[in-house]
Design a binder for this molecule. Structure first.
Ligand code: SF4
Length: 350
């Protein structure tokens, strides 16, 4: 990698991003359904792989619907779109349809789904905006070793099929697991082949009890190299970049390299605190306007409606059954919302 070239490419990437996406950066967050994955041989970097043997009853390792919906409502209030609805493998299509319908309804927004290879025939396509395939790495040997039960070809087939249903498509890529700079070309080929609408990059967040436990992640310049290469070759694609608490200062450089969206935060523990404020100032320091907030308590509490948001309300029609379920959960959802807010306020005041 030539660091000067990366910086020069990033300046070009920033300008191209401004031209095609205007001057905004937004915040997104994946909505997780639980912490159990059904795969017998789970992916070697994944937190869920470390939990599998500890979980006796997988059904109990799922979030309650009221908690999922409370989070979806709070996300809408603070102007963060859901990056996608995600969980380990093992959800039935009926379960997915119910969750998708309810989340889309409370957010007035169709959703992206990232739950493995899905059966489009049975999914309620009406509430889905797009499908994400968790490719994780384009280095095939590495992929086969790290994700033995997620063959790239099956994911590619699914993403190509999604186009037949007029769904948008995206992939996730984790950097820092042993990929090489030459793999950037493989990624560019894949984006072209699949005609992707979006890509999410994460830098590896090494999990305890995995083979990566004591590994360093990639450097900010390496990360910029991947992001700017995608931006320069695909000016219109949406680029989402993940950071983490120990890497918040890579946000500005990633935006310079062409990122549209920043993701992967422990939201409730840092909202309104210095880390949340750091995210906001990092984004603003890049010259971009921030959509959404990481600090506005009135917006979080529902006392005011945020104007600078990436949501534009869509009509979402759901089944009578889902509507009845939502009505029956209303007081539990309200309780959960208040409990999330009060925990956030306590952390801010401590
Ligand atoms: S499929 Fe997803 S949830 Fe399951 S082990 Fe792999 S990365 Fe983790």
């Amino acid at each position: 990698m030539n660091p000067l070239e990366v910086m020069e490419n990033s300046i070009r990437a920033y300008k191209i991003t401004t031209k095609h996406h205007r001057n905004f950066v937004d915040l997104k967050r994946a909505l997780f359904l639980g912490w159990y994955c059904d795969l017998i041989d789970p992916c070697k970097f994944c937190y869920m792989s470390t939990q599998k043997n500890k979980i006796k009853n997988p059904k109990l390792a799922r979030r309650k619907l009221e908690s999922i919906l409370a989070e979806a409502i709070l996300m809408k209030r603070i102007g963060w779109k859901l990056e996608f609805i995600s969980g380990g493998y093992g959800y039935t299509v009926e379960e997915l349809n119910t969750i998708l319908e309810l989340v889309a309804y409370v957010q007035k927004s169709k959703q992206y789904l990232n739950v493995g290879v899905v059966d489009f025939e049975s999914l309620n396509i009406e509430v889905i905006e797009g499908i994400v395939g968790a490719i994780e790495t384009v280095n095939e040997d590495l992929h086969n070793y790290l994700c033995p039960q997620k063959p790239i070809n099956k994911i590619k087939e699914m993403l190509l099929k999604a186009k037949d249903y007029n769904l948008k498509t995206g992939i996730t890529i984790i950097l820092g697991m042993g990929e090489k700079e030459e793999d950037i070309d493989k990624l560019l080929d894949l984006i072209e082949e699949l005609e992707l609408d979006r890509i999410t990059f994460y830098s590896l967040n090494p999990q305890r009890d995995t083979i990566f436990e004591s590994r360093c992640s990639i450097t900010t310049l390496e990360y910029m190299n991947w992001v700017s290469s995608v931006r320069l070759n695909f000016p219109k694609i949406e680029i989402i970049t993940g950071t983490w608490l120990d890497k918040l200062t890579n946000i500005g450089p990633l935006i310079m390299a062409g990122s549209n969206t920043i993701t992967k935060f422990p939201l409730f523990s840092i909202f309104g605190r210095k880390e949340g404020l750091t995210v906001e100032t990092e984004i603003k320091s890049s010259g971009r306007d921030l959509l959404g907030t990481f600090s506005d308590i009135d917006a979080l509490s529902g006392k005011k409606i945020l104007k600078n948001t990436s949501y534009s309300d869509e009509e979402v029609v759901i089944s009578n059954r889902s509507m009845e379920l939502l009505d029956s959960l209303k007081s539990n959802i309200d309780y959960k919302i208040e409990s999330y807010i009060s925990k956030i306020l306590k952390r801010i005041n401590n």
